[in-house]
Design a protein around this ligand. Structure first.
Ligand SMILES: NC(=O)c1ccc[n+]([C@@H]2O[C@H](COP(=O)([O-])OP(=O)(O)OC[C@H]3O[C@@H](n4cnc5c(N)ncnc54)[C@H](O)[C@@H]3O)[C@@H](O)[C@H]2O)c1
Length: 368
């Protein structure tokens, strides 16, 4: 069973997990709202895992945040998360956090379709110092798609500040051999790349591709066309920024297709397909799989999915944070590759979801 909830374990008293957020957009908004929503531990509804390695969601604390939008920088994070152009669902009030959003370095973070919506602050060179002063243990990267230079700049900052890096976006760091080695050589924890959604288009598509494979249906052709109305979708109109996003989403599906044999690239099209402003942070996915069943006869599946995009990612980010803390404390950074395989679309090493989850379950329950 893939979506297994972790059993309740006895909780020891542990220190909070100190997290810095990079990019105060919709995903950061959902993450911060979620920490508020689950802070009293009075519900487990909506969580994949209530406890991971002894850590509850309420054990996560934001200690720093960075952005380059003048409207978001210099104000409390509790206010910044609701500033335009953010437009995700407001599902929780957030009281003052006493975390001032600090300026970062823009580099290539702002694409041509969104630049008129983002007034810029002056660049800062203090990111490393601020990470150290905030006592952050983990930096969660939530920059826009296509921010190649910016992600690499902040990844370097994380290494220098000795802060773990969770790369939620499809700029390849964990998948890039040199960067992967750089984190390993410096003994800095790394999870990446490109966070999966809790139940998003990729996982539904992947599960259907796996079903075809398990039941002997040859997957011949497939598409997954996604539309949405947030900044992420507006930014992704720029096809040049999208290459790694397409690779990441496509490989997540084709890697399980046809018993691992994959598919002819000409017969697969997966990725963001248009910006529909009135959808706001809702995303619609149109998924089609065309296969050949017993005797070569056709068997097709067509599915539509509608989700709020950003809360869907936050539900997975809170798990990545807790796994990183748990394995870092155990000085077992190698197991973070398993976490990436479970939670990320483009991990350095892939494995079958059920095997990965069972192994993680075993490792995180040994000590509780
Ligand atoms: N389900 C999901 O929503 C999901 C799933 C997987 C990956 N992602 C990825 O997560 C990322 C964040 O998504 P989002 O919807 O929050 O995007 P967003 O555009 O709402 O937020 C990005 C934020 O980063 C800031 N920013 C841009 N350049 C910066 C820089 N150089 N330094 C600091 N801040 C900078 C922007 O001002 C903005 O506040 C995207 O890359 C998206 O593709 C999202």
């Amino acid at each position: 069973m893939i979506y297994q909830t972790f059993a309740k374990v006895s909780l020891v008293s542990r220190s909070k997990i100190k997290v810095a957020v990079l990019g105060v957009g919709n995903c950061a908004s959902s993450l911060v709202q979620g920490l508020e929503y689950y802070k009293n531990d009075d519900t487990e509804n909506g969580l994949i895992s209530d406890v991971i390695g002894g850590y509850k969601v309420s054990d996560i604390e934001i200690v720093a945040a960075f952005d380059i939008n003048k409207e978001k920088v210099g104000i409390d994070l509790s206010e910044a998360i609701f500033k335009e152009p953010n437009n995700t669902s407001k599902f929780s009030e957030v009281s003052k956090l006493n975390i001032e959003v600090k300026p970062g370095k823009t580099l290539d973070g702002v694409g041509k379709f969104v630049e008129d919506k983002i007034p810029l602050v002056d660049d800062s060179d203090k990111v490393i110092d601020e990470l150290i002063e905030s006592n952050a243990e983990i930096l969660v990267n939530l920059l826009p798609v296509g921010s190649e230079e910016a992600v690499k700049y902040y990844a370097e900052c994380a290494i220098k500040a000795k802060v773990g890096f969770i790369n939620c976006i499809p700029v390849f760091i964990a998948r890039d051999k040199e960067w992967y080695k750089k984190f390993k050589d410096n003994n800095v924890p790394l999870i990446g790349d490109d966070i999966k959604s809790q139940v998003g288009a990729t996982i539904v598509h992947r599960a259907l591709a796996q079903l075809f494979s398990d039941r002997g249906i040859e997957l011949k052709r497939s598409y997954q066309l996604n539309v949405g109305g947030n900044m992420d979708f507006l930014n992704m109109l720029e096809e040049d920024r999208l290459e790694t996003k397409r690779t990441s989403k496509t490989s997540s599906v084709t890697s399980v297709a046809n018993k691992g044999k994959g598919m002819d690239p000409d017969n697969v099209r997966i990725g963001p397909s248009d910006y529909v402003k009135w959808l706001e942070d809702r995303k619609k996915a149109f998924i089609r799989l065309e296969g050949e069943a017993f005797g070569g006869v056709p068997l097709n599946i067509e599915v539509q999915l509608e989700v709020w995009d950003s809360p869907n990612s936050a539900g997975v980010v809170i798990d990545a944070i807790r796994y990183m803390k748990f394995f870092t404390d155990k000085k077992d950074l190698d197991s973070l590759d398993l976490v990436s395989a479970w939670l990320m679309k483009a991990p350095a090493k892939t494995s079958k979801d059920t095997d990965t989850l069972n192994k993680l379950h075993e490792l995180t329950h040994q000590e509780n």
